[in-house]
Write a protein that binds this ligand. Structure first.
Ligand code: ZN
Ligand code: ZN
Length: 64
């Protein structure tokens, strides 16, 4: 699906200037969404299951 990027956890769109976290697989999520997912569920991307340890994603914040 092309177009507006959406968070893979909550399926909400990102707003301009909002921070997003990109995992090594290039999927992007809201930092609060993916942090909760990675710490409470599993250290894998919610979409493609790529292994993403919370540590390696902590400083991967980007602005859209
Ligand atoms: Zn989200
Ligand atoms: Zn992914």
């Amino acid at each position: 699906m092309q177009g507006e990027p959406v968070c893979g956890v909550c399926n909400d769109e990102f707003r301009e200037g909002e921070s997003a976290r990109r995992l090594p697989c290039y999927h992007i999520f809201h930092p609060e969404c993916v942090d909760a997912w990675l710490t409470r569920k599993t250290a894998r991307c919610p979409l493609c299951k790529t292994n993403c340890t919370p540590k390696s994603t902590m400083d991967e914040s980007t602005l859209i």
